[in-house]
Design a protein around this ligand. Structure first.
Ligand code: ADP
Ligand code: MG
Length: 706
């Protein structure tokens, strides 16, 4: 689509989605009702209904040009997976084929599970795995170079029913919080809401670089991040990129991304430049958690695909460039009833809203007790470079409430009752012609990992390439637990008001250590957090054990989100994933240093040496500069070679170890250190060697010349 072409968003929005409107139009009334019951009330789907739905879905998809269908699922390797089948059936006698798609094919798929991570849940010889239609997330047609494909969002399980994906536990956790939140609001007299669903709005950060340059960086190609690279003269210190005017080339890309996403029913809403040069953000309007998770996968896929069409490359890694801001994904989370009541909405006078205060203090309790799990949910290999680093939330989980709620809580804790709420003031700009409006009662705190932002919490630890599923699973389940505990008390009491009041006070008092409203990036906070006994888990390897502690197993088994076996398997998978990724990074470094950097530096030293001899034989001029550079470069070259040999040795050693915690720890403590030691002399060499001889584009080339 050219830049001058305009279009109507409302017309294209959702045009490739088998949406409620399409279903209503195409399905016989009875079938439509049945399906809605399945979707809204979790009824079971019968094959007869599935057959009709499948048929209509196929007809609709074929109208959109679809030739294939795929069960689209999210295994535990971080990307979405799909296997395509065409609609054609065996040729008939006249040689023609029919296009068919049965209910059975819609609801059940059978990919070979042995090639996906399962962490011991399934031996390779027991390869069966099933994908099952998640009818709560709409099917869609994806159009690209491969043609058009009907994509059916599915959950992925082993032959024994163990979850092998992100979606299964997410759906289970949504049921858990639905059950417990309904219990809670019933106690407060709500008899009309039928369902409570967690809503998620994931904000996605990413980098865009020129594809030609990207292709000259083997580290970016193999690992998604740069493994070498000296800092350019200008970094982000001018802070001139954040919210800056969007360049034409990027704007054209963003426009196409939006169009693609809108067609897929993804409500792409906000886009802007981020803090680092070449860094941007895209946020959709929030949706029910499982749809939001699916949509976020589509957002990531679309960013990558459309970037390619514009000669660009999208980097979703959390830390593509050392020393430059990393990318995250904010999980904006709230709990909303089917009739639109947000349980996290404090209203204008929160001190009077006891249901809200109970919900809020339950969340404080949940986050305090399970801070380790929440931290784990944001653990991924790339995020280790970000969490605890300067620009991101530190690895300590704490909650920001803001002035207004903090004040209410303080009143509650100190006097046992809250009598007033701080109100928003008029914004005074000192300029009469500017409109006057009321400020929010509370400022924002961008340094908090878990911040209350008006009517939702924003969990900011998640990594940019990670799924928002795990953090949503943890939030849903830990809050379900806290709700169930207060309901246990409230369902037994004779004096409801008093009991609610006591529970609010108890939760607020017992868990106030998790609340921190100050600067989360300061050194003092790290020390203060230690005093408060809050965990500061700075690496993925140390975060993983939280998954299958006794506390975690009890929590997840109680709410039927994970079995112990599933948790154990995830622990195994995560250690393995960690080791594999670092192994790839180490091998990529070895490869680049051996085949690109050392040869380039040797060429440069040869040129220098020749220059020394040439100048000397031509005249007796001063060659001290050439000699000085030659000496320094040669010495760094020797350091490089030495570090390279060490890295080779420790990487071989690591790869020979049995998979598991010990191996992952070795990769982190020994291999990563050896990687750093190789990087140091190479980055210094980059500053010395003739730019035209350096074998790859620099940081400056990558982030300032898009
Ligand atoms: P902020 O400036 O705090 O980041 P935005 O309005 O930009 O706020 O919202 C960020 C994300 O949070 C968006 O995806 C938005 O749709 C989502 N969001 C807004 N309200 C809610 C809510 N009640 N529950 C979940 N997500 C929400
Ligand atoms: Mg935000």
């Amino acid at each position: 689509m050219s830049r001058t072409e305009y279009f109507n968003v409302a017309e294209i929005f959702g045009e490739n989605v088998f949406s409620d409107a399409v279903m209503q139009e195409r399905l016989p009334k009875k079938v439509y009702r049945k399906l809605k019951d399945v979707i809204n009330e979790g009824r079971e789907l019968d094959l007869e209904t599935a057959d009709v739905v499948a048929h209509e879905m196929k007809e609709w998809a074929i109208d959109k040009g679809a030739t294939h269908y795929t069960h689209w699922f999210q295994p535990l390797n971080g990307v979405t997976a799909e296997k395509h089948d065409s609609f054609i059936t065996a040729p008939m006698e006249n040689g023609r084929v029919l296009m068919s798609f049965s209910g059975k094919e819609l609801i059940k798929g059978e990919p070979d599970a042995s090639s996906f991570p399962s962490g011991g849940l399934r031996a390779t010889f027991e390869a069966r795995g099933y994908t099952a239609w998640d009818c709560t997330s709409p099917a869609f047609v994806r159009q690209d170079a491969a043609g058009a494909t009907l994509c059916i969002p599915t959950a992925f399980c082993s032959y024994t029913g163990d979850a092998l994906d992100q979606k299964t536990p997410l759906l289970r956790s949504m049921e858990a919080i639905n059950d417990q939140a309904l219990r809670l609001i019933r106690l407060f007299g709500n008899t009309t809401s039928k369902r409570v669903t967690p809503s998620v709005g994931p904000e996605q950060e990413y980098f865009i670089v020129d594809r030609e340059k990207y292709l000259q960086r083997k580290d970016l190609i193999f690992t998604g991040r740069t493994l070498f690279g000296a800092m350019p003269p200008k970094g982000q210190e001018m802070e001139d990129h954040y919210f800056g005017a969007i360049r034409e080339r990027i704007a054209a890309f963003m426009k196409d991304v939006n169009v693609e996403l809108w067609k897929l029913g993804v409500t792409a809403k906000t886009q802007h430049n981020e803090v680092a040069p070449a860094q941007h953000e895209l946020a959709p309007i929030y949706a029910e958690a499982n749809i939001a998770v699916d949509h976020n996968q589509l957002v990531m896929e679309t960013l990558k695909k459309v970037a390619g069409r514009h000669g660009l490359q999208c980097l979703l890694h959390e830390k593509p460039f050392a020393g430059v801001n990393g990318s995250g994904k904010h999980n904006n989370w709230s709990i909303i009833t089917d009739d639109g009541i947000n349980l996290l909405d404090p209203g204008k006078t929160p001190h009077e809203n006891i249901q809200f205060l109970l919900v809020l203090t339950c969340i404080l309790k949940a986050v305090d007790i399970h801070a380790d799990l929440l931290r784990e949910s944001a653990a991924d290999v790339g995020n280790d470079h970000r969490l605890g680093a300067n620009e991101a939330p530190p690895a300590i989980v704490s909650v920001y409430l803001g002035e207004q709620l903090q004040d209410v809580l303080t009143q509650l804790i100190s006097t046992g009752a809250a009598t007033h709420s701080i109100k928003g003031q008029k914004l005074e700009t000192g300029v009469r012609t500017l409109p006057e409006f009321m400020k929010d009662a509370t400022d924002r705190n961008r340094t908090s990992p878990f911040a209350f932002t008006g009517n939702k919490f924003e969990f900011r630890m998640v990594g940019s390439q990670d799924s928002v599923a795990q953090s949503s699973v943890v939030l849903n389940t830990i809050v379900a637990e806290a709700f169930s505990e207060v309901c246990d008390v409230l369902e037994q009491t004779d004096d409801f008001e008093m009991a609610v009041h006591d529970l609010i006070k108890e939760n607020a008092t017992n868990h106030q250590r998790i609340v921190f409203n100050g600067n989360g990036y300061s050194e003092e906070w790290v020390e203060e957090a230690i005093k408060r006994g809050l965990p500061n888990i700075t690496s993925m390897v140390d975060a993983i054990p939280a998954l299958n502690t006794e506390k975690s197993v009890a929590l997840f088994e109680r709410f039927k989100v994970f079995t112990k076996a599933e948790l154990d398997s995830r622990v195994e998978i995560e250690y393995e994933l960690y080791s594999k990724e670092i192994n790839i990074e180490a091998k990529a470094m070895i490869d680049i240093a051996t085949k690109q950097i050392i040869p380039a530096v040797i060429r440069y030293t040869t040129v220098l040496a020749q220059s020394v001899t040439a100048v000397r034989s031509a005249c007796d001029a001063d060659v001290s500069v050439q000699t000085a550079i030659l000496t320094e470069v040669s010495s760094l070259l020797a350091d490089t070679r030495k570090a390279l040999v060490t890295l080779q040795e420790v990487t071989e050693q690591a790869a020979s170890m049995a998979a598991g915690r010990e191996q992952a720890v070795y990769y982190r403590d020994v291999v990563m250190r050896a990687m750093d030691e190789l990087r140091t002399p190479v980055d210094r060499l980059e500053m010395l060697v003739d730019k035209s001889m350096w074998p790859m584009p620099s940081y400056g080339d990558l982030i300032f010349e898009v």
